[in-house]
Write a protein that binds this ligand. Structure first.
Ligand code: GLN
Length: 436
């Protein structure tokens, strides 16, 4: 089904939505507000396909994810299922096995991914806000490409219970909205400790809307020298420099910082994320979830045929890569080494955050490519994740906020914060939003 021009929704039940709207308690903070949901987050009695043939038309969620329950408690209505790269693996939503999503802000271009449906639905004014998931940039990058706001909270701030796991040590649920203050409001309701997620943090939730208007005055903001190299399109570089100047003119101090292990981030992520994915996706075996391949005489062929038919090429690539790096004989050389480099990347950020309150960076090296332009070039796609994956490897919160477009194509500024300090990045983002 294609509801609305961007092809953002995979499914949508208008009768259910209207019935829920009739019952909505508008005295609640999000009373009656529809929030679109990425199709890898479980909503009771709704399909959850992860944009994969293995789950298409065969799986209905028996429960609400904690993030959904919390939104419902605040009065919101989860509305429809939004397209994504299959199992959230990709950066363009072109790896959806079910549907193409267009970029409403840039016709003919990808919406970004993997939460491409979530960003396109908000950018196309179909809904005021949506939920996405971010394992290596999947909230921030589509938000940047579609010209909306996308927030990846600190790892553990928002419960992952009910999010279909991709890379469990990297995944976070977060909001995609039109404004920074809407992101702050949603984060208020999404945050909090959940005993059902063992990595959920038991940390108080501030009112994130309280501090967003404090301005940038007095903040120390870091510009990582390693991010401003040849790989960054010159106009994008210029936009980030203009944003830095704008923060400076509002009283922030801009400092050059170094994140020396940046060059290893892509390789590290593309070992750890597929390793975790290969383990997480082993549950899709044709027995417990989803579709089952016919004519499979024994258990091994049942698994093999089901996965061969059910998974698309990108998901297979990740499972093969992940299985390889975890296999005996290669584990030390790849997986263990990647974990050690992950620690070095985390230490880079810890050192930088001794000097600065927030880091600003590009989200993507370039604006959104055209549909089909890089979908057959996995290496090019992997490399384009360079600026977003570090915050997942380290767990730091990060937001994308729109800057002035380049040739009518949206641009996002990324602001990365200290652990659990979403308040400062929201505050900087608000300053940028008001400046543009
Ligand atoms: N583009 C990255 C990948 O394909 C990130 C995806 C995500 O954050 N879910 O792994």
């Amino acid at each position: 089904m294609n509801h609305g021009t961007p092809g953002a929704f995979l499914s949508f039940n208008p009768d259910k939505a209207l019935a829920e709207a009739d019952k909505a308690d508008i005295s609640k903070p999000l009373g009656g507000i529809p929030i679109g949901i990425k199709d890898n987050i479980n909503v009771l009695d709704e399909p959850c396909s992860c944009a994969s043939k293995i789950l298409q038309n065969s799986y209905t969620s028996p429960y609400d994810a904690t993030a959904i329950l919390q939104l419902r408690n605040a009065g919101a209505i989860p509305l429809g299922r939004l397209n994504l790269d299959e199992f959230a693996m990709g950066s363009s939503t072109e790896h959806s096995a079910l549907q193409t999503t267009h970029n409403p802000a840039a016709p003919g271009h990808i919406p970004g991914g993997s939460s491409g449906g979530s960003a396109a639905a908000v950018a196309g004014n179909l809904i005021p806000a949506s939920l996405g998931s971010d394992t290596g940039g999947s909230i921030r990058q589509p938000a940047a490409h579609c010209g909306v706001v996308g927030l990846k909270p600190t790892y553990g701030r928002v419960s992952r219970y009910g999010l279909v796991a991709f890379g469990s040590s990297l995944d976070q649920i977060g909001p995609i909205t039109r404004t920074v203050s809407d992101a702050a409001i949603l984060l208020n309701h999404l945050s909090g400790h959940d005993p059902k997620d063992s990595t959920s943090l038991n940390h108080p939730t501030p009112d994130f809307t309280q501090s967003i208007n404090k301005g940038a005055k007095g903040l120390k903001i870091g510009l990582p020298i390693e991010y401003f190299t040849d790989g960054l399109c010159p106009k994008m570089k210029e936009r980030i420099e203009v944003a830095a100047k704008s923060l400076e003119s509002q009283g922030a101090e801009i400092l050059q910082i170094s994140l020396p292990h940046t060059e290893y981030a892509v390789a590290t992520y593309y070992i750890i994320a597929p390793a975790e994915a290969s383990s997480n996706l082993s549950r899709f075996d044709g027995v417990r979830y989803g579709n089952r391949a016919p004519n499979s005489p024994d258990i091994p062929s049942l698994h093999q045929n089901t996965r061969a038919l059910g998974f698309g090429p990108e998901v297979k690539r990740r499972i093969i890569l992940g299985t390889y790096v975890l296999s005996s004989g290669y584990y030390d050389a790849y997986y263990l080494r990647a974990q050690k480099v992950r620690t070095l990347i985390r230490q880079d950020f810890e050192q930088a955050f001794q000097k600065v309150d927030a880091i600003i960076a590009p989200v993507s090296p370039e604006t959104a490519p055209k549909l089909g332009e890089i979908s057959n070039d996995p290496i090019k796609q992997f490399l384009a994740d360079i600026f977003t994956i570090s915050a997942n490897l380290t767990g730091n919160p990060a937001i994308s906020v729109p800057l002035k477009p380049i040739n009518n194509l949206p641009v996002g500024l990324q602001i990365i914060g200290k652990h659990l300090d979403e308040e400062t990045i929201l505050r900087c983002a608000q300053s940028i939003e008001q400046g543009t």
